[in-house]
Design a protein around this ligand. Structure first.
Ligand SMILES: Nc1nc2c(ncn2[C@@H]2O[C@H](COP(=O)(O)OP(=O)(O)OP(=O)(O)O)[C@@H](O)[C@H]2O)c(=O)[nH]1
Ligand SMILES: [Mg+2]
Ligand SMILES: [Zn+2]
Length: 519
């Protein structure tokens, strides 16, 4: 089978199509152009660094093809392991072709990265996927994550070495000219395991609500603990409690920054971690010592994903529901009106599935004075990372392109809203009755004070799914509380409300609540 632009590392279907439209139709054409000329074509998503990388990768793929065709003509070399095997290079490239298709499949599982500020969550995502998820200028200036970060990775396995790694890790270590999808240790063929998405939570104490909305998307999580600080730090405690509230049981503890401490300190810190998790949901979680920045033991993290965080079996037969985790306007400033692309919403499918071309409804929707009006629109595209999909189903983080006016989706304005087929979504709630469970102590601050009961008229911060809202206690009942919500929300059924209260001018997690079912 001839190779196509899409077979070049880093180029997905969408980018390949844009390149073809701009006049670059083959790998040879791409390899022959200069980064400067490629930039002049103004292809969306292709900046200078990407242009250079794409051209290099195109050249490499051509070399690879030539290597393969040369060795096919040669008499097969001696095969040390098994004489029954086909010539290795041909086999590798055919396998690679299959794998190239598999890595474009929809992700099956969302893995969260949580833990105290600066403990290395974003650095670990980078080691696994190659992406730096702190994309906003304020994040880069302050050196902390502010929004939820998202990225995707493919898990591969070498049966010879019994080692797991991601596609990015394999590519990083691949010697130029060697076929893709071959093991960096033994050069054997790698097997495809699955595609996963990462949800990278911010660790700063003032961003707890953002962490909580991220937790609602996670199927399992890594709790990062830096070995060069005492354990636990306040958000180590608070994030673990949040995982517990969100019902996340598949937890991997990552002891990071082992490069920065002595063996003795690492052991000491390990003991602190063990004491801290005793009696918690993470009591039996493995503790994997790594250095995210130097890429040490990352393969053990990937193995733990495979062994401890199975992909959830979410129902595809139920009504479609999608939880919005971000929303944006993808048009560059100054785009002409007739070239404007519709608003994009990102998030995860909770259940069911939907195809391009179908009608959708977003709830609560648009606020007009004090009322909410559900927004109806049509789905025009579905993508995951660089891959275009025809159908969106549960698994991983997905972007939905719509016909909406991009002004409606700009700047994450639709975070927390729910998407479904028209007239299929639950009611909008402006008042709720909650059964509440409070933590014993406030765990997110240095000093752990006792949590007191909710008070009449007290204003609380509630996070349910990816939605945040204010809740005022209007009635205290025997076993529950009535809260008035501002703004009203449309949460997915059976989701837990995380409750935070202001303590010393900061919101701290104090417990959780479940809706009392009136039926
Ligand atoms: N020595 C050492 N430093 C590390 C390691 N991993 C991360 N760092 C450094 O720690 C700092 C914080 O790393 P990030 O990955 O941004 O931490 P984070 O947990 O994502 O931080 P927030 O998202 O703001 O909570 C950076 O300066 C990293 O370079 C490691 O393994 N060893
Ligand atoms: Mg971060
Ligand atoms: Zn191997």
């Amino acid at each position: 089978m001839p190779y196509d632009l899409e077979d070049i590392t880093g180029i997905g279907k969408a980018t390949a199509e844009r390149m073809k439209k701009a006049g670059i139709k083959t790998i040879d054409q791409l390899a022959a152009t200069s980064a400067e000329n490629l930039l002049k074509l103004n292809i969306k998503g292709v900046g200078e660094a990407t242009a250079i990388k794409y051209i290099e990768n195109a050249k490499e793929l051509i070399e690879e093809q030539q290597d393969n065709s040369v060795s096919k003509e040669e008499t097969p070399k001696e095969e040390p392991k098994s004489i029954k095997e086909e010539p290795k290079t041909k086999f590798a490239s055919e396998k690679a072709k299959n794998l190239k298709g598999l890595i474009k499949k929809q992700a099956e599982c969302n893995i969260g990265l949580v833990g105290h500020v600066d403990h290395g969550k974003t650095t670990l995502v980078k080691a696994l996927s190659g992406d730096w998820t702190d994309r906003h200028s304020e994040e880069q200036e302050r050196g902390i994550s502010i929004k939820l970060g998202y990225s995707n990775a493919t898990i591969l396995y070498c049966p010879n070495c019994d080692e797991y790694l991601t596609y990015h890790m394999a590519e990083e270590k691949r010697v130029k000219g060697k076929p893709r999808f071959s093991c960096p240790n033994c050069e054997g063929n790698l097997e495809f395991k699955r595609n996963i998405s990462f949800v990278d939570a911010p660790g700063h104490e003032i961003l707890m609500a953002t962490m909580l909305s991220g937790a609602s998307l996670m199927n399992g999580a890594c709790l990062l603990i830096a070995a060069d600080e005492d354990c636990p730090q306040p958000q180590t405690r608070e994030h673990l409690a949040a995982l517990n509230i969100a019902g996340i049981k598949n937890i991997i503890i990552i002891q990071n920054k082992i490069d920065a401490v002595s063996k003795e300190q690492a052991k000491q810190n390990y003991k602190q971690i063990k004491d801290f998790v005793k009696g918690t949901v993470a009591e039996n979680a493995p503790i994997i010592p790594i250095s995210a920045i130097f890429g040490a033991n990352i393969n053990l993290v990937v193995r733990a994903f495979e062994e401890l965080i199975p992909s959830p079996h979410l129902s595809e037969s139920e009504d479609f529901q999608f939880l919005i985790a971000r929303s944006f306007d993808i048009n560059r400033p100054g785009t002409e009106i007739n070239a404007l692309k519709g608003g994009v919403i990102g998030g995860s499918v909770l259940k069911g599935n939907i195809k391009i071309g179908e009608e959708i409804e977003i709830k609560p929707g648009l606020r007009i004075k004090n009322n909410y009006v559900p927004i109806k629109t049509k789905l025009v595209s579905i993508n995951q990372g660089n891959n275009l999909l025809e159908v969106a189903k549960p698994g991983g983080l997905i972007g939905l392109g719509t016909k909406l006016d991009p002004a409606l989706t700009k700047g994450d304005s639709l975070i927390g809203h729910l998407v479904g087929r028209p007239d299929s979504l639950p009611e909008i709630l402006s008042e709720i009755e909650l059964n509440v469970n409070l933590l014993d102590r406030v765990i997110g601050s240095e000093i752990q004070i006792k949590v007191s009961e909710l008070k009449h008229n007290e204003k609380l911060l509630l996070v349910v799914g990816t939605e945040k809202t204010g809740g005022t206690v209007t009635k205290i009942l025997k076993n529950s509380y009535i809260l008035k919500l501002n703004p009203p929300i449309c949460p997915p059924e059976n989701f837990i409300f995380a409750i935070s209260r202001i303590i010393n001018r900061r919101y701290r997690l104090i417990g959780y609540g479940k809706l009392v079912n009136n039926e």
